[in-house]
Design a protein around this ligand. Sequence first.
Ligand code: ZN
Length: 133
Amino acid sequence: MKKIEHIGIAVKNLEKSNQLFASIFGKSHYKLEEVLTEGVKTSFFKSGPNKVELLMATNPESPIAKFIEKKGEGIHHIAFAVDDIKAEIKRLKKEGFTVLNDVPKKGADNKLVAFLHPKTTNGVLIELCQEIE
Ligand code: ZN
């Protein structure tokens, strides 16, 4: 795994949170994207080399809706950049981690993504992501 690609934060109201994080970073988001298959609307902020992804559910079945119901708003996942997501999935499964996606899926921001189940990672949802070229 390489660097942290972004930190994902679950929010209830994307418009309000966009304003909030624009105040924190001193500039507004650079991208808005809806991922229909995940039932989320996302926005991305950059601060120096760091990226934050805000996620809002667009329907009650969305994983973000369920997360907020259980835990409230807050840090939802940490995403790490990888060069070869398929190789990483294979390696981590061999190490005994529960990988939620055997086949990487298309996520926001032009990435192939896969998640590690938090029950095998000290309660932290970890996203692997590989830039689609
Ligand atoms: Zn993410």
